[in-house]
Write a protein of this length. Structure first.
Length: 134
């Protein structure tokens, strides 16, 4: 299976970040989210500039219900690639999720988004909504 295949690739080259990142995907499909997060974290550790691993780690953190951690990973990617449409969609959705339980943290995340991408209309609209229409 895919997990075994990626584990063999890691055995052959334990410093191959892409193998760890790829391993995270079938682990998610198997609902092994802690293992998927560990694999994605190793990919980031081995290759700190690896955007896709940070993006995937954010997805896993989101699935684990860890909105702030997901947002943190995605803000890093946004700083590197502010025009990545799928990233903006998942990031804004996660900020909406965070706003349900921690409005102040959601506002801070939106401030970070708007600092990176000041023209992002969706972020401006959500910030206005969270500020009560002000």
């Amino acid at each position: 299976d895919a997990v075994d295949w990626y584990r063999r690739a890691i055995y052959i080259d334990p410093h191959y970040a892409k193998a760890y990142n790829s391993l995270a995907q079938p682990l998610v499909r198997l609902s092994r989210l802690d293992d998927a997060a560990a694999a994605a974290e190793l990919a980031v550790e081995l290759s700190p500039d690896y955007e896709e691993a940070r993006f995937n780690l954010g997805l896993v953190r989101s699935m684990q219900g860890r909105s702030a951690a997901a947002i943190d990973r995605w803000l890093w990617v946004l700083r590197r690639n502010p025009t990545r449409p799928h990233l903006v969609r998942v990031l804004m959705q996660e900020i909406r999720t965070l706003a349900r339980t921690d409005t102040a943290a959601a506002r801070r995340a939106l401030d970070d988004v708007l600092h990176i991408a000041p023209g992002l209309a969706e972020a401006r609209a959500l910030r206005e909504q969270l500020n009560g229409g002000r």
